[in-house]
Design a protein. Structure first.
Length: 137
């Protein structure tokens, strides 16, 4: 298949609850929902706190620093739009704030180790869309 004929990359569809997350990424900040009643951080954004069932939330700005707890290397793209990027690594990071998140790894696969200190970086994919990725701290 010719790379020019590959389908477009899928785009996230922001919801009412996730607007703050996507806006923060556009501003090169990492923000998570925080329950306005009990203080629990949550990621992915959702309407209700799973700890106290409150429907109230605020946005908490994360340092974006953390450590690698797991990773996977994709040799086959989950979507044809990512075919030219294979193989690529996705990391699971435990942020200092206590939130775990998944994002692409921007380094060599050989450099990945458990407990590797990492920091978030922001990648402008296209106009109006910024996505997080991780690099060694």
């Amino acid at each position: 298949m010719n790379i020019d004929s590959l389908p477009a990359r899928p785009r996230p569809t922001p919801t009412e609850e996730s607007q703050g997350y996507w806006q923060a990424l556009r501003e090169h900040r990492l923000a998570f929902q925080q329950c306005a009643d009990c203080g629990k951080l949550r990621h992915y954004p959702r309407p209700m706190c799973d700890a106290c069932w409150s429907m109230k939330s605020i946005w908490f700005e994360s340092s974006g620093q953390g450590t690698v707890v797991s990773w996977t290397v994709a040799h086959h793209p989950f979507h044809l739009a990512f075919k030219s990027q294979t193989p690529y690594a996705l990391v699971t990071v435990e942020l200092e704030d206590g939130v775990r998140m998944h994002a692409p790894w921007r380094g060599t696969v050989e450099s990945l180790t458990l407990d590797l200190p990492v920091r978030v970086v922001f990648e402008g994919v296209e106009d109006g869309l910024t996505l997080p990725a991780f690099v060694a701290a």
